[in-house]
Design a binder for this molecule. Structure first.
Ligand SMILES: Cc1ncc(COP(=O)(O)O)c(C=O)c1O
Length: 309
């Protein structure tokens, strides 16, 4: 297991990448049904950095710190053609002068997404692979093949969700200024939820994940595999994925637009839009008992809503 990064390498990263940490806790007052009996706050991790926003920074910081500390000069990771994780990683590596290889599911070479165009601009080495190869991304044989192909390299899993990610996410909890009954966050590769669960194990806070994709059972397994110890104070709601990853609807898009007009907080339909939409509906259905204090984690990633031209 890779050791945690030192405080000095983290301080260096915070300064070098100009990260605005801690992020604000912003109270939300809206005329939503049921909201007058609930306190709703958004943790503005979307404002940590314009590019390395939200859970990207939280999940990557310790991997970057370890790379700095151990003079690792190459990071490799995986994702789709619109991946927020690869976008943040490519930018960090460019800023830190570290080589980055992005292994992409599918061949976008004829029509790169805006995310891939940014990676090209940041000199990321892009490797397009087919679905069969991509499916091997967590298999030990494939990973050791990659490791021998690329010596002195740290391989980071899809979504940045490794054990180092959990430490970074835990800082969301340690930096809180107020008390909460629930922390609510979107779920895809599981690292964010696992980090929140591990960090609140000895507290009365409950963790609620909102599935951003179709994956009942599968998402719970992903989270469980990442947890250092089993825990009971969490669950994932699967009612708000809108048909699957990156699937949306006019209703959801309109909801994101209205929410922005009412609060000036930008949300997008892939993660934060589904999250806030779910919270609004769960409040309306009296899922939370009266007086509950909810903290909704804005995980950033606003670049992901850019469409191909
Ligand atoms: C903006 C955003 N929010 C939430 C998530 C889901 O987090 P996790 O993959 O840790 O479950 C992702 C994907 O990593 C993301 O890009």
């Amino acid at each position: 297991m890779t050791q945690a990064s030192s405080n000095s390498s983290l301080d260096f990263l915070l300064q070098r990448l100009a990260i605005h940490q801690p992020s604000a806790e912003q109270a939300i007052y809206l005329p939503w049904p049921g909201l007058k009996h609930i306190s709703l706050t958004i943790k503005r991790d979307d404002l940590l950095h314009p590019i390395i926003s939200g859970n990207k920074w939280r999940k990557l910081q310790h991997s970057l710190g370890v790379a700095m500390q151990q003079n690792i000069n190459h990071l490799v990771s995986f994702g789709g053609g619109f991946s927020n994780h690869l976008h943040a990683l490519g930018y960090c590596c460019h800023q830190l002068n570290i080589k980055c290889t992005a292994i992409i599911r599918g061949d976008y070479s004829a029509n790169p997404s805006p995310m891939l165009l940014d990676l090209i601009k940041w000199q990321t080495d892009i490797q397009y692979v087919n679905k069969i190869t991509y499916q091997q991304r967590d298999e030990p044989d494939y990973l050791s093949e990659l490791q021998s192909k690329y010596p002195n390299t740290l391989i980071i899993p899809e979504g940045g969700s490794n054990h180092l990610a959990l430490q970074g996410v835990a800082e969301i909890v340690t930096e809180l200024n107020n008390e909460y009954d629930y922390i609510i966050a979107p779920v895809a590769s599981g690292g964010t939820l696992a980090g929140l669960i591990a960090a609140t194990r000895d507290t009365p806070i409950k963790i609620l994940g909102i599935a951003a994709l179709k994956g009942q059972g599968y998402l719970e397994e992903l989270v469980q595999e990442l947890l250092p110890q089993s825990a009971q104070h969490w669950s994932i709601n699967h009612d708000y994925h809108f048909g699957g990853y990156a699937k949306s609807s006019t209703e959801l898009q309109d909801f994101c637009t209205d929410f922005y007009q009412q609060t000036r907080i930008e949300i997008e339909p892939i993660y934060s839009g589904k999250l806030v939409y779910a919270v609004k509906n769960l409040i309306k259905q009296s899922y939370f008992s009266e007086g509950s204090r909810l903290l909704v984690l804005h995980t950033g990633g606003l670049q992901g809503r850019r469409l191909n031209n």
